[in-house]
Ligand binder design. Sequence first.
Ligand code: FE
Length: 203
Amino acid sequence: MEKIAPKENLRPKGLKGISDKQIEYHFDTHYKGYVTKINEVWEKLESSDRSKGNQNYSDFRELKVEESFNWMGTVLHEYYFENLSADTEDMPSSLKKAIEKDFGSYDKWLADFKAVGTSFRGWAILAFDLTLGKLMNYGADAHNMYGIWNAIPILVLDVYEHAYYTDYGPKRAPYLDAFVSNINWKVVEKRYNKALKAHAALQ
Ligand code: FE
């Protein structure tokens, strides 16, 4: 399998309330670490002995488990960095309407999204659930834990300690506020429109 490379173009800079140092640790150590390891896992999987597969323990099983961790660690971090920007604009009206339709109001959505960000150990994700045909806020304790099948990430928030300890120590609440103030809504809208197309195509 061909190796994948970290997407340097996704590195955000000059954010409000999230320092470049914080982003540097997060991007260079954590995100790049997942990219390195998924490449390693995929390489080892090529020659892993399928005949020894075993649900209690087997090399093949361990590689497949870590594939889910490191691949989703890669993908979710790419969504996260991409949906942060120093140049923010107001939320596009089509997206605002969709959030109002599916959550009642922007404030209700935000309160729910922050509650998810406070209640989970890894991620808060605004997703378009292709089965329900609507936006939902979902949480994950790790990249590969509690993910919802058939849901497309629209807005991804990393709530691991490594995402904010450099700037805020153990205080997650001000980090959540800083995150919200740096959301690149244009990127979010683009993902939403793609999800709508996927949903229509699947009908
Ligand atoms: Fe992270």
